[in-house]
Write a protein that binds this ligand. Structure first.
Ligand SMILES: Nc1ncnc2c1ncn2[C@@H]1O[C@H](COP(=O)(O)OP(=O)(O)OP(=O)(O)O)[C@@H](O)[C@H]1O
Length: 604
């Protein structure tokens, strides 16, 4: 949640570049669905213009037919008029339909594109945890993209047809008024556009600011939703009410300012519209008063005026329609900036390479990567906090290999979890190299983070996470394994509560499990995945020593080598090495003599 810096987003070159970059996503090729829809829309809009012209001349034909009292011509004309009206309304509806379909197709392309950048590697982690210079990425992907596509599709048919109508009526205008008509109308449009641009730019930056505040307001509600229980224990209703209202106030204040700025734009647009209606008479007045038509009779003159006025008015109305799009253009520009900014950040994070870190082929293949006896190799690693540069560990060299479990201990804030982040490739080390020689996943390395993570879905999906399918045997044998591991983790009752492994529960796992149960469920997951190396970050902090003992015992029985962070001395017996962090870069590695001899894995 950071404030905007600099003069703020404008209708400038940067907007144009961002807009074109987004267009490349919306129209990936000539044969893409969006491009085909766009071409169909062009065809429909052109047909519509032809039909509109035909419908427009019907009244004058009625005058003629009725004046001549020609009944058969009247019937024919009525039939033609009805047909044209049906065709016209069908075309208009299709126009609307294609615009709506294009909106869906654009939204799909743009959101999927942003998702592919967002979920690539660790981009989402870096964006949320390490780089906070972009506000509310979630809102940009969901709401801003939606509005951008909707507004763009609402302008599409008017924009697409305008070059054709402008060219046609410019020609007509030139034909009847000479160069004076088109030149003065174009001049008028240029002035109108410049004035409008001046009025639009502050609206764009206000709109971007308003969207940010909208996101902050929603974030506040999400915070309360996620933390409802602790908030209730603190009796935080009053203070949170005040804070949420404060965010609402600043959002509404910005909205009011936006509406105030829009007023000037509306005044500009409306003045342009109405001035345009008399411009055609000014165009015709100039030759009249300069004596060009001096030899025409008043009747001839009025016929000329009416004809010239018609084409000029039509040309002006084509321009007015474009100017009327101003407020939609400001919306599109605002969203373009927000989405473009996100796209730039995602791409730059995606390109970022962690040169000090190398990793065995990261995969959740069922076959896994076996045969590696070393999980991590650290050479003279120096580690600092990325944002503040605070030194945590200096010159650490370490090999973590099969059978050599390591326990990382130390005071709060000395960098225990940070070391795991470096092992997992989430943080970069400032110096040295880290090699992860075994892949992630079953038969490789699995991390149990400090805060357990659960996804939506059935109990089975929690246990096999992050695998998408069951492993390594399917059907009832796998069910038996899952049930067995749930029992080993002390969660036999959860199976009953969840109504079986595959019952689609509608609850949030974080709401219905106690912290201890969450840790137990994380261990059931670990037993199921059976990695060679398990990295456990205070994974038993909410459990009793006895339960902790039992869970660690099962891990060792399953043949896992452990890298644990923990505070309890009772954990030491499950490890062969103790790495003690003293802070400010100092550390100490000692052999642990208490390592327990456990029977080899049997039947697990
Ligand atoms: N995302 C972050 N941005 C900035 N600083 C961070 C971030 N995460 C952790 N830190 C800081 O890095 C330091 C080390 O944090 P770390 O989480 O590694 O501590 P720890 O030794 O695991 O502590 P604990 O025993 O409380 O879990 C702390 O001073 C912490 O405030």
């Amino acid at each position: 949640m950071h404030g905007e810096e600099g003069p703020g987003p404008q209708l400038d070159g940067l907007f144009l570049r961002r807009f074109l970059r987004l267009q490349a996503v919306l129209f990936p090729g000539w044969l893409s669905p969006s491009a085909l829809m766009f071409l169909t829309l062009l065809g429909v809009a052109l047909l519509e213009q032809l039909v509109i012209y035909q419908v427009g001349v019907i009244p004058s034909q009625y005058y003629e037919v009725l004046g001549n009292k020609d009944f058969s011509a009247f019937k024919k004309l009525t039939a033609v008029a009805l047909t044209l009206i049906v065709v016209n309304s069908t075309l208009k509806s299709f126009d609307q339909f294609i615009c709506n379909m294009m909106y869906v197709s654009w939204r799909k392309s743009l959101t999927e594109y942003l998702h592919s950048c967002y979920f690539q590697g660790q981009v989402y982690y870096n964006l949320h945890v390490l780089r906070e210079d972009i506000d509310n990425p979630d809102q940009r992907i969901s709401q801003d993209v939606e509005r951008f596509c909707r507004q763009l599709s609402s302008m599409a048919s008017k924009l697409i047809i305008s070059p054709f109508t402008l060219a046609y009526y410019t020609y007509q205008c030139f034909h009847s008024t000479g160069w004076l008509g088109p030149v003065s109308i174009f001049g008028y449009f240029v002035i109108g556009t410049i004035v409008n641009k001046v009025l639009m730019s502050p609206i764009v930056s206000k709109l971007v600011q308003q969207e940010k505040l909208e996101g902050d307001f929603r974030f506040k509600h999400m915070q309360i939703r996620v933390n409802a229980e602790p908030a209730a224990f603190y009796r935080a209703g009053r203070v949170e009410h005040m804070r949420t209202d404060r965010r609402l106030q600043s959002l509404l204040q910005t909205q009011k300012e936006l509406i105030g700025k829009e007023l000037w734009l509306y005044i500009g647009v409306n003045t342009f519209d109405y001035l345009g209606s008399i411009l055609s008479y000014v165009v015709i007045a100039i030759p009249i008063f300069s004596g060009v038509y001096g030899d025409l009779s008043p009747t001839e003159l009025s016929a000329l005026v009416s004809k010239n006025a018609f084409v000029s008015i039509y040309l002006i109305s084509c321009f007015s329609q474009l100017i009327d799009l101003s407020s939609t253009v400001t919306d599109v520009a605002g969203y373009t900036h927000r989405i473009g900014e996100l796209q730039e950040t995602l791409l730059s994070l995606g390109r970022k390479k962690n040169d000090n870190y190398s990793e065995a082929k990261a995969s959740w293949d069922l076959d896994g990567h076996s045969g590696e006896d070393t999980a991590f190799l650290l050479e003279r690693v120096t580690l600092s906090v990325p944002s503040s540069g605070k030194l945590l560990i200096k010159d650490l060299s370490l090999r973590i290999s099969k059978g050599n479990s390591v326990m990382i201990v130390g005071n709060t804030g000395t960098g225990k979890t940070s070391l795991l982040r470096v092992l997992g490739g989430l943080w970069e080390s400032t110096q040295g190299s880290i090699k992860m020689l075994t892949c992630f996943g079953p038969r490789g390395v699995v991390f149990l983070p400090q805060r357990p993570f659960f996804t939506d879905g059935s109990l089975r999906e929690q246990v096999i996470y992050p695998l998408k399918e069951i492993y390594p045997v399917s059907g009832s044998a796998d069910d038996e394994r899952i049930v067995r591991f749930l029992e080993l983790a002390g969660l036999a009752d959860l199976l009953v509560r969840a109504g079986g492994l595959d019952e689609q529960v509608d609850w949030n796992w974080y709401d219905i499990l106690s912290p201890g149960e969450m840790q137990r469920l994380s261990f059931a997951r670990l037993f199921y995945l059976q990695p060679k190396y398990a990295v456990l970050d205070e994974a038993t902090s909410a459990l009793t020593e006895d339960v902790e003992h039992e869970l660690y015992r099962v891990c060792l029985q399953l043949g896992m080598t452990l890298i644990s962070v923990g505070h309890r001395a009772s954990l030491e017996k499950f490890h062969s090495w103790i790495l003690k962090l003293h802070g400010e870069g100092r550390w100490e590695l000692t052999r642990c003599e208490k390592m327990k001899r456990l029977p080899a894995a049997e039947g697990c």
